[in-house]
Design a protein around this ligand. Structure first.
Ligand SMILES: *[C@@H]1O[C@H](CO)[C@@H](O)[C@H](O)[C@H]1NC(C)=O
Ligand SMILES: *[C@@H]1O[C@H](CO)[C@@H](O)[C@H](O)[C@H]1NC(C)=O
Ligand SMILES: *[C@@H]1O[C@H](CO)[C@@H](O)[C@H](O)[C@H]1NC(C)=O
Ligand SMILES: *[C@@H]1O[C@H](CO)[C@@H](O)[C@H](O)[C@H]1NC(C)=O
Ligand SMILES: *[C@@H]1O[C@H](CO)[C@@H](O)[C@H](O)[C@H]1NC(C)=O
Length: 470
């Protein structure tokens, strides 16, 4: 039994339920009801049909037991029960005769108790028009609700309680626990942390409302689209989003995305052109933190992007990760795994012979904080000095220069950012010639002489990618 339902939420329920029976084929979910993944069973929908509860297929990997926006083509998922443990074809979710909501695999083995309610189970379940799936007792009292177990998304009228958290998905279409989270701490502070991936424990703070005023705070997302932290006495402490949105005209959600940004989204309900999820149109903030590329910068960890990567905010204010010249993504499908060198590092055994094989590529407004191992400041330190210092040092992967100061840095490079506010110039050391040339050479070597291929192939960093490219 949830005694902490705020006034506005109860009010909303009272207001909405009477409409729910109006001429709709809506039915409560009765005891004994079940849905089977990949069986063609219709999901349990809300009275308006705007939300549905059931199975959603995730690529070939399996099925999520989820709640989604059911009237838009994207079927955007707002909640799921098993994001780290997808259900296979034939799995079932059942509201059992004794009123427990359970997820079983096809052999009948319980994957999880979605909602364990103890001795007195639910009398019925209901998918509400708010997007909340509830299990209710005989008297209509709420015993369990999906709103209390948020995944990565909050919906209007939903409340994040003290101690509760949202965890970003791993990728846009991979719903496993990801690399970022938002927590309403017990001390009342609303904070965002990187996770110590693959663990979900908190690693580094990158945004907070800064208020730690007593306990019992709640994060409220109200029906007009405002989101704020409220103290237990009702005082509004910190606004997060203050953008009025009409729930009549728009679907609305706030989601911590896989890139670590918490965004407020709207989607027009009317048949307007260009229907899609867009950031709430506003005069004030509609996402936090304002610049995640600069917000995450710690001696441990890779930063907002992966190691050896550069983070840059695009015109749409979204962070994008890219690789510096001479580097490429380990995994094209998961850019946050970072970048690898496309060339063989400088040979420390013969540094002097090697200098001529390397060159410096300039990158303006770029830095890789926290990877320094050398610092030089003197009247003779100019950009050319810094360039040569890195070229002739086999440990140096990049140097940064800023008015008479030179920093040498070694890999893996972390916290890489390109931003007009950064005054450093990065001087990146790469082997002369590029991968295209290298591959072309290998290709001709393969044609002419197999043994030559083996020798030259052995100097490649990653022979498997070499072969697959051919
Ligand atoms: C759902 O169940 C409750 C309790 O039995 C009942 O009061 C309510 O009218 C039911 N609603 C619908 C739409 O069947
Ligand atoms: C999501 O990514 C994780 C981490 O790379 C991986 O283990 C998992 O299999 C992926 N899930 C899907 C459905 O692709
Ligand atoms: C939502 O919160 C804002 C800011 O506190 C307030 O102006 C508005 O009236 C609230 N809306 C509802 C439906 O409570
Ligand atoms: C409510 O609580 C906040 C934070 O604990 C405090 O600053 C404020 O003075 C309180 N307001 C009232 C009216 O008690
Ligand atoms: C790499 O070398 C090839 C062949 O010389 C050239 O066509 C290509 O433009 C080079 N690419 C880059 C990024 O320098």
């Amino acid at each position: 039994m949830n005694l902490q339902l705020p006034y506005c939420f109860c009010f909303f329920l009272l207001l909405k339920l009477p409409f729910s029976t109006n001429g709709q084929a809506y039915k409560n979910v009765s005891l004994g009801s079940s849905l089977t993944a990949a069986s063609g069973d219709l999901p349990w929908t809300s009275p308006s049909g705007e939300f549905a509860f059931g199975f959603q297929q995730v690529g070939d990997a399996g099925y999520l037991l989820a709640i989604w926006f059911n009237k838009i083509p994207e079927r955007t998922i707002v909640w799921s029960a098993n994001r780290n443990n997808l259900a296979q074809r034939g799995s079932t979710v059942q509201l059992t005769a004794d009123g427990q909501l359970v997820l079983n695999d096809r052999s009948g083995t319980r994957i999880r108790n979605t909602a364990y309610l103890g001795g007195s189970g639910a009398a019925y379940g209901a998918m509400l028009d708010t997007g909340n799936f509830v299990l209710s007792g005989q008297a209509g009292d709420t015993l369990w609700q999906s709103f209390d177990q948020p995944t990565d998304t909050l919906l209007p009228t939903q409340i994040l309680k003290s101690g509760a958290q949202l965890i970003a998905p791993y990728l846009e279409k991979n719903y496993s626990d990801g690399r970022f989270k938002l927590i309403l701490q017990d001390d009342g502070n609303l904070v965002m942390y990187t996770t110590a991936y693959p663990l979900t424990t908190s690693n580094f703070l990158y945004w907070s409302t800064g208020s730690s005023l007593g306990s019992g705070n709640q994060l409220i997302f109200n029906q007009s689209g405002y989101m704020y932290v409220v103290a237990s006495n009702g005082t509004i402490l910190n606004p997060v989003f203050s953008n009025p949105v009409s729930l009549q005209d728009f679907y609305h959600r706030a989601t911590i995305d896989y890139d670590g940004v918490f965004r407020q989204y709207v989607y027009p309900k009317s048949a307007s052109s260009g229907k899609r999820w867009a950031m709430a149109l506003t005069t004030s903030t509609n996402f936090v933190p304002p610049d995640i590329c600069l917000a995450i910068s710690y001696p441990l960890g890779s930063g907002a992007c992966g190691f050896n990567s550069l983070c840059e905010l695009g015109d749409d204010q979204r962070p994008s990760c890219r690789c510096p010249t001479g580097y490429s993504f380990y995994d094209q499908d998961d850019e946050r795994k970072g970048c690898k060198k496309n060339f063989i590092s400088q040979d420390c055994g013969h540094p002097s012979q090697e200098i001529d094989n390397f060159e410096i590529r300039d990158m303006l407004n770029t830095n890789f904080p926290h990877t320094d191992y050398g610092y030089f400041k003197s009247s003779i330190v100019d950009e050319e000095w810094c360039r040569q210092a890195c070229l002739s040092d086999c440990y140096c992967d990049v140097a940064t220069f800023q008015v008479g100061q030179c920093w040498k840095k070694r890999g893996p490079l972390s916290n890489g950012v390109t931003d007009p506010r950064i005054l450093d110039k990065a001087l990146l050391k790469v082997r002369k010639g590029n991968r295209t040339e290298e591959l072309a050479q290998k290709k001709s070597a393969k044609k002419s002489d197999r043994s030559a291929l083996i020798i030259s192939g052995s100097v490649l960093l990653d022979p498997s990618s070499f072969f697959s490219t051919i």
